[in-house]
Design a protein around this ligand. Sequence first.
Ligand code: FPP
Length: 248
Amino acid sequence: MAQSKLPLSAGGIPRHVAIIMDGNGRWASARGLPRGEGHRRGVEALRKTVRAAGEIGISFLTVFSFSAENWSRPPSEIRDLMGLLRRFIRNDLAELHQNGVKVRVIGERSDLDPDIRRLLEEAEELTKANTGLTLVVAFNYGSRQEIARAAARIATKIKAGEIEPSAITADLIGQNLDAPDLPDPDLIIRTSGEQRLSNFLMWQSAYSELVFVPTYWPDFDRAALEGAIAEYHRRERRYGGLIAQTGS
Ligand code: FPP
């Protein structure tokens, strides 16, 4: 692994970085290209970013790859995005596995085509014992939907008499989210200049630092990731208290 050029003394590397990969369409339009080309270049940026994240020493990288709201896009674009996910898993899974990457998936799987569900399961199964970077693919993901799923799981346990309503705490809700074992993101990056969360990790981002970069996602690379981490280092994290915590 390449050595990080970041000043580790400046607060450490964020353990969990989450990215809203936005601006593929605008990247393509600016070049007179079809939107699909923007998404294809987006996958290349994703590959580079996964590699860079591992090299920098990030432990968890979550990427917003298809939102629950993306179904409202034209069918041809949805087909494109589904095709890219299929190809990403088929072409890149072996390399990810070789590099010790552990793949996890969050989001609602029941509405996905059975072959996509199988590919996602295969990626998780093949890489489950890996100890390198954890790559969390948020696919058909929406945060409100995830919180609703957690509520339904808790309600089922109450109905079965396993727990009392008085046992519902913020921790219990957190434990019933899609990937309860993952730490909350320290840093959330959104590309393309938009400044919103758009239904991404709203529960988990209570204390995350949000960094918005003007770069369209296909142009995002290691230098852009390091720039966002440098901005994270300039922030003081107080978690509602008075004393700044280290940024690691
Ligand atoms: C936002 O760009 C991006 C997405 C809707 C999906 C992100 C997907 C990728 C980076 C490639 C797919 C990767 C996998 C693994 C499936 P936009 O289309 O909203 O851009 P715009 O706001 O400029 O139109």
